[in-house]
Design a protein around this ligand. Structure first.
Ligand SMILES: [Zn+2]
Length: 325
């Protein structure tokens, strides 16, 4: 009897042990499955992340290659490689550019005249000791400008008026005396001064000019006469007056270096399709002469067209002539 009960207890113990072993095998398997599942998920995420990174790297490699290729084409296409990208982009789409060789691109890169920025260099107050140097620099660069001159009856001055005309520049009138307290005293005083200058220039150069620049500009605050009265008179005479929208700064109380004068001009020229640049031709303005060659170079590198004022020039006026009846 006792043996029977012992045998039963042994059986129960064995069964429990087997059950425990089964449970631990199941638990072990479950843990393994869990670990494998988590590992697989982590690995899959890593693969997706790496693929994404590879795509991005590939994209950036392609864009760097395209950039280098475009730069090479642009350098080959623009004269001396100096026309800025913004200008050359307007003239030719990249796809078209890519089909042209270096030589063809060079001619195709010339910007149509109507799209080029127009810049009128103007010099007030001459002739002076610097006029000949200014004319020399303009000639070297094959650039025409405009001179708003004053009256000077010396022989050397007469030569300079003639040189201005002979070398293709525009002769404009500033004032004979350039004395504000005389010319702006009354309408009659202004008329007398301008009539005197016009007939004097006719006599010396044979040219009758109708282009004028008021001393101090049409917006000056020194005139005793209402400027609208003077504008009415010049309109009646068929004169066209030009103020300026770009000042080199060569007549301000601040003394600029030649580099700064160039920078002043470039900074403003970029704002306009048509720029009338104010400079001075006077013996005291040596920095203007020094600034001239680098200024011309930089303007031409920008693709600007440097022109003398003529009948087709859009007037730049501080007080608009059309508003004065
Ligand atoms: Zn002046």
């Amino acid at each position: 009897m006792e043996e029977k009960t012992n045998g039963l207890r042994d059986q129960q113990i064995r069964r429990r042990r087997i059950n425990r072993m089964k449970m631990s095998i199941v638990a072990f398997g479950a843990v393994w499955i869990l670990i494998l599942t988590i590992s697989t998920i982590v690995l899959l995420m890593k693969i997706i992340f790496l693929e994404d990174r590879m795509d991005k790297i590939a994209e950036s490699v392609i864009s760097v290659e395209q950039f280098v290729e475009n730069q090479n084409q642009k350098n080959a296409g623009s004269p001396e490689g100096k026309i800025p990208d913004t200008v050359s982009d307007n003239t030719m789409p990249d796809s078209q550019e890519a089909q042209t060789d270096g030589n063809a691109a060079k001619t195709d890169h010339i910007i149509p005249e109507e799209e080029r920025r127009k810049v009128y260099l103007t010099f007030d107050d001459g002739p002076s000791e610097n006029t000949a140097r200014i004319l020399d620099i303009l000639k070297e660069h094959n650039v025409k400008a405009t001179f708003f001159v004053t009256g000077n009856e010396e022989e050397t001055a007469k030569e300079l008026y003639r040189r201005i005309v002979d070398e293709g520049h525009t002769l404009g009138m500033h004032s004979f005396t350039h004395k504000y307290d005389v010319i702006y005293q009354s309408l009659d005083a202004y008329i007398e001064d301008m009539t005197h200058l016009q007939s004097y220039l006719e006599e010396v150069t044979g040219v009758t000019t109708n282009f004028i620049r008021f001393p101090g500009g049409s917006s000056n605050h020194v005139s005793n006469v209402d400027m609208h009265e003077l504008i009415r008179y010049v309109n009646e005479q068929g004169f066209t007056y030009f103020d300026w929208n770009v000042a080199s700064g060569d007549a301000t109380s601040q003394v600029y270096t030649p580099d700064e004068l160039v920078q002043n001009v470039i900074n403003d020229v970029v704002k306009y399709d048509t720029s009338v640049v104010l400079m001075h031709d006077s013996s005291a303005k040596g920095t203007t002469v020094e600034a001239l060659a680098p200024m011309i170079d930089q303007l031409q590198e920008m693709g600007a067209e440097l022109l003398p004022i003529d009948e087709t020039t859009k007037p730049v006026q501080h007080i608009t002539a059309d508003n004065v009846e």
